[in-house]
Design a protein around this ligand. Structure first.
Ligand code: MLT
Length: 259
C-alpha cells in the first residue's frame, strides 16, 4: 500500500483525484465541523465549492430540513444558518438536517474529490476511525490536506501534523506493507516535532492564531481532542454521511462506499 500526501489542494483538480482513495483533512475547522454535525445526528453534509452553489442548491431543497453552513474569513456567511465552528453543530441545531456546506478550503477539497473512488473526512477528533479505514482498505491512499489559499502559501501545519499522525499509526502496524512518498515522510517528521501537544501546536499555527483573534478560542480545544468523535464520514453519492452500520469497512470494488 502506497501512502501519498498532498500538503495543499491548490495544484490538484478533479481529474487527478479521480478513482483514488482520498482522506480530506481540514483540522481547523471544516473536517472537524462536518464530523461534529454527523456525530450530532445531521442527516448529511453536502459540500459545495462556492456561495453561489450553496444558494442554488439550498433553494431547491425544503427549508425546514436544510441548513446552510460555512464561512468566509472564518466568519458565518451572510444569509447562512451556521458558521464553521464545530460548537455550532449541536444536536439541537442539526439533528435530521441536510447541511449545505461551503468553506474556503475544506469544502473545496471535498468537491474536487467527488470523483474519487472513496472519500473520507479526517481530523484529530476521528483519527483512529481514519486509521482503521485505511487498514481495512489496505490499498493506495492519498491524504489530502485542505491547507490554506494559494496566496497564503497553501500549507497548513495542523493538517500536515494530523496526516503525519495517521501515517505514524499505520507504520506501527506490522501486518501492513507500506510505502511512503516523500511528502508522507515529511509529514511524519513534522508530527514527531509538533505532535506532542496538539493543542499547543494548533494555538501556534497561522490559522489557529487568527481564529483566536476573531473569538474562536474554544474551537481550538475541540479540534485538538484526539478520538473525541469516533465516527467516519464518507462521501456517498454527492453527500457526506455515516455508513448505516456505523463500521469503517469498505467494499474495495465499489465505486463509492456502500451506504
Ligand atoms: C476552511 O475551509 O478554510 C476552514 O475550515 C476555515 C475555518 O476555519 O473556518
Amino acid at each position: 500500500m502506497k501512502i501519498d500526501l498532498s500538503f495543499s489542494q491548490g495544484q490538484l483538480d478533479e481529474m487527478q483525484l479521480r478513482d483514488k482513495n482520498v482522506v480530506v483533512i481540514d483540522v481547523l475547522r471544516s473536517s472537524t465541523s462536518i464530523i461534529a454535525a454527523l456525530q450530532n445526528g445531521a442527516r448529511e453534509v453536502i459540500p459545495v465549492g462556492s456561495i453561489e452553489s450553496a444558494v442554488k442548491i439550498s433553494g431547491s431543497l425544503f427549508g425546514d430540513v436544510t441548513l446552510r453552513g460555512g464561512e468566509r474569513n472564518g466568519k458565518m456567511i451572510q444569509g447562512f444558518n451556521l458558521g464553521n465552528s464545530p460548537l455550532e453543530y449541536s444536536e439541537a441545531m442539526v439533528r435530521g438536517k441536510s447541511i449545505i456546506f461551503c468553506t474556503t478550503n475544506g469544502s473545496v477539497a471535498m468537491v474536487k474529490s467527488r470523483y474519487a473512488r472513496l472519500l473520507a473526512v479526517g481530523a484529530f477528533v476521528n483519527l483512529s476511525a481514519v486509521v482503521d479505514l485505511i487498514k481495512s482498505l489496505n490499498s493506495d491512499i492519498l491524504l489530502l490536506c485542505a491547507g490554506r489559499p494559494a496566496q497564503a502559501g497553501g500549507f497548513s501545519l495542523e493538517d500536515a501534523v494530523c496526516a503525519g499522525m495517521i501515517i505514524q499509526r499505520l507504520t506501527q502496524e506490522k501486518s501492513l506493507s507500506i510505502q511512503l512518498s516523500d511528502a508522507s515522510l515529511a509529514a511524519q517528521s513534522l508530527t514527531k516535532s509538533f505532535g506532542r501537544s496538539i493543542l499547543k501546536m494548533l494555538k501556534n499555527t497561522d490559522h489557529g492564531k487568527y481564529l483566536i483573534e476573531i473569538g474562536f478560542q474554544k474551537d481550538i480545544k475541540v479540534c485538538a481532542e484526539v478520538d473525541s468523535m469516533p465516527i467516519l464520514p464518507m462521501m456517498i453519492g454527492t453527500s457526506i454521511r455515516l455508513r448505516k452500520d456505523g463500521t469503517a469497512s469498505v467494499d474495495k470494488n465499489a465505486a463509492t462506499p456502500v451506504a
